[in-house]
Write a protein of this length. Structure first.
Length: 423
């Protein structure tokens, strides 16, 4: 790519990358604790609940601590050992991507305790949980939990050792707290997750250009039992936006942008073998695509689709996924010829190492020799000298349908390189 000489161009590039980062958010896994009751009697039973969320975009397998230990601290600073035993099962979890699960441990309040106690859990030193023992000293006393803790400082006493990204988030045990123990923001954060890849890549064939994409999905219902979600708990609203940006023309215009909202039902593992080596998933729903232009440049189509997913887990720590998407066009102008150029099936194949190389490919076949091929490769930047978030990203595209505006025009082979927040 030739050197970018215009200051305005450099500013535009930095602004686009910044907007892409804000839109994508940061994938993470998190473990938060709360006491299920704000008040208890001296020597009485008390339950500690843990909420484990997995927003990483990949399945999470981890043990669950059979015992949690810590200290009760009274108002005078005196400490009493605290011990909680796991009462839920199993003691190991396999948590699908973008879901959460609850665990519970049972313990007892110190027999001679009175007034306000603070619980500090070993391995999560910055997480403080408050409990009123006996009658409250002041009417209207509310109990609040402490601030977030960092998993790197938390150790392995209460945080699953294989989930290195876990962090203890704030929890609230006030009487006015929501029934699920989460604030409205936490409920929203747990429901939103990545969907299609999120990337920004630049190429230089016939002049510099950039292609970028942002995408997310929002879970419409939160399951009461995350380990056994019901049918309605798997409905999502999705949104993906893909743009081609001309970087070599004087005004740096956008060539075309595709807006792609969808409503779909999806589950990562409808069935799996006992050893988890094979699993089957499904994504099916309705999607709309348009480019927001008027008159002769207007493009719009709708389709119903079904995308089965076959996954195979290798011993070396990688997963191969086959994800063909079958499309049936509805409420779409037949005279536009979308079916001929874009076909009825998107053939998708993906191979991903755990925290390593990710390779994916898409092939689409229309009529009269019209087809498209897209190949992608990504490598985590944390494993380079940069030690930064995201992935080094390379994309190759050839064929029809790179933009919705030019769906019936063939694009020459194009290589692009950039950064992927979600590969």
């Amino acid at each position: 790519m030739p050197c970018l000489r215009h200051t305005g161009l450099r500013h535009a590039l930095f602004l686009a990358i910044g907007c892409l980062c804000l839109a994508a958010g940061t994938a993470h896994a998190g473990l938060s604790y709360r006491l299920t009751s704000p008040q208890a009697s001296p020597g009485g039973p008390i339950e500690l609940e843990g909420l484990l969320t997995n927003d990483t975009g990949a399945a999470l397998s981890s043990p669950v601590a059979r015992e949690l230990t810590g200290q009760w601290v009274d108002a005078q600073g005196r400490t009493t050992p605290a011990r909680f035993q796991l009462r839920t099962s199993p003691d190991a979890i396999d948590l699908p991507a973008n879901t959460f699960t609850r665990m519970a441990w049972s313990g007892r309040v110190p027999a001679g305790a009175h007034g306000l106690l603070t619980l500090r859990l070993d391995g999560a030193a910055d997480t403080l949980l408050a409990l009123q023992v006996g009658a409250a000293d002041l009417p209207g006393t509310q109990v609040a939990a402490g601030a977030a803790s960092d998993a790197d400082a938390a150790g392995t006493a209460s945080v699953p050792p294989s989930a290195t990204a876990l962090a203890a988030a704030p929890a609230t045990a006030a009487p006015s707290a929501p029934a699920n123990g989460l604030s409205p923001f936490d409920t929203f954060r747990n429901a939103i997750s990545s969907y299609e890849p999120v990337y920004f890549a630049v190429g230089n064939r016939d002049g510099a250009d950039a292609r970028f994409q942002v995408s997310f999905k929002y879970r419409l219902f939160s399951p009461d039992d995350p380990a056994h979600p019901g049918f309605m708990d798997n409905w999502y609203f999705g949104y993906t936006q893909t743009a081609l940006w001309d970087l070599h023309s004087d005004s740096i215009p956008f060539v075309d942008t595709t807006y792609n909202p969808s409503l779909f039902w999806a589950r990562d593992a409808l069935w799996s073998t006992g050893d988890k080596r094979w699993s089957l998933g499904l994504n099916a729903g309705f999607e709309h695509k348009s480019n927001g232009k008027d008159d002769e440049d207007s493009r719009s189509l709708n389709d119903l689709y079904a995308q089965p997913e076959v996954n195979y887990r290798f011993d070396g720590g990688s997963t191969l996924s086959f994800q063909p998407r079958f499309k049936y066009y509805v409420w779409t102008d037949r005279d536009m010829g979308y079916r001929d150029a874009l076909g009825y099936v998107d053939w998708k194949l993906r191979w991903a190492q755990d925290d390593g190389l990710i390779l994916s490919g898409l092939y689409r076949q229309g009529t009269e020799g019209r087809n498209a091929t897209q190949l992608e490769a990504a490598w985590p930047l944390k494993r380079t000298f940069l030690h930064m978030n995201g992935h080094l990203y390379v994309q190759y595209f050839r064929g029809y349908g790179e933009t919705l505006l030019g769906y019936d025009r063939k694009s020459d082979p194009q290589f692009r390189i950039g950064i992927a927040l979600v590969p």
